[in-house]
Write a protein that binds this ligand. Structure first.
Ligand SMILES: Cc1ncc(C[n+]2csc(CCOP(=O)(O)OP(=O)(O)O)c2C)c(N)n1
Ligand code: SF4
Ligand SMILES: [Mg+2]
Length: 271
């Protein structure tokens, strides 16, 4: 008997309505992630544990995925996920979080989990602001962008999160946008297999609390911007810093198969 066609509903709890605003990029993240799960041959989410902190993106897995999940305090999902993986190595542990959660308040955990090559997958939805709390400036806000707390434009340079994670020693780090659906599915599939720390940054639209303040009031305007601004990593490496201003560098920043934290522990303690 052939396998039924992909349906995201199959992996979601019935009777619950997703909480995101119309046009939010979180819908695309969910769809691409569940498609990756399907394409990897999983007919349900048994064998997975999802971990998330606080923020709109942190609501992606729980309670909506029909799976075991944990909510942690803001920024603390990665250490909790690492602990789950160490206690139950047979489970696949996946963190979902926003840019504020993962690269702001939780940045120390991110860096050290990447350094340790902890055997978890982290999906960071980068909407460039603190979306849930109204659109305040975040460590990922583009230079000059208007937010509620930078009405004259952000005067700080954004953190290049996927590059930092790669530099810290993670086995896999990639960045795509919600306008790159097929690339996202492939990146999620890669991140869900193998060992060590695997990180996918998804540049995503928040029309409600960011787009409308920068003259891109709906999902289409934001997706058009992502398409125009994206530049593949290989091409970006040939461009000058000034030419890269305002561009979104997409691609794979690290893809290796070094021993993960579990392998290192086994090596050190013999079990
Ligand atoms: C310790 C702590 N500090 C601050 C907050 C308030 N808070 C809730 S969500 C949030 C921002 C979330 O931003 P991000 O992680 O980017 O997620 P988004 O909503 O943009 O998806 C903040 C600061 C909190 N809940 N806990
Ligand atoms: S506030 Fe922004 S990130 Fe949050 S659900 Fe609405 S569109 Fe999405
Ligand atoms: Mg955010």
């Amino acid at each position: 008997m052939s396998r039924p066609a992909f349906s995201a509903r199959k992996y979601l709890r019935s009777g619950l309505k997703l909480p995101f605003c119309p046009g939010c990029g979180c819908y695309t993240v969910i769809n691409c992630f569940l498609r990756a799960i399907y394409e990897l041959g999983h007919d349900d989410l048994s064998g997975f544990v999802f971990c998330s902190g606080i923020g709109c993106a942190a609501w992606i897995p729980s309670p909506y995925f029909d799976a075991d999940s944990v909510h942690t305090p803001h920024g603390r999902a990665i250490p909790v996920a690492t602990g789950i993986k160490l206690a139950r190595p047979e489970l696949s542990v996946v963190v979902f979080g926003g840019d504020g959660d993962i690269a702001g308040i939780g940045c120390g955990h991110l860096i050290h989990a990447a350094r340790r090559n902890a055997d978890v997958t982290v999906i960071m939805v980068n909407n460039m602001v603190y979306g849930m709390t109204g659109g305040q400036v975040a460590p990922t806000t583009p230079l000059g962008a208007r937010t509620t707390t930078t009405p004259m434009g952000s005067f700080e340079r954004p953190l290049d999160v996927a590059r930092v994670v790669a530099a810290c020693g993670a086995n896999y780090s990639a960045r795509w946008t919600t306008a790159h659906r097929e690339e996202l599915v492939q990146a999620f599939k890669r991140a869900l297999t193998g060992r060590g720390f695997r990180f996918v940054e998804v540049v995503s639209q928040c029309p409600t609390n960011f787009g409308r303040r920068i003259g891109k009031p709906d999902a289409k305007a934001m997706l058009d911007w992502f398409k125009e601004a994206s530049v593949p990593l290989e091409e970006a490496e040939r461009l000058e810093a000034e030419e890269l201003r305002g561009r979104i560098i997409v691609g794979v920043f690290a893809d290796r198969d070094e021993p993960g934290l579990l392998d290192r522990l086994k090596e050190a303690y013999g079990r």
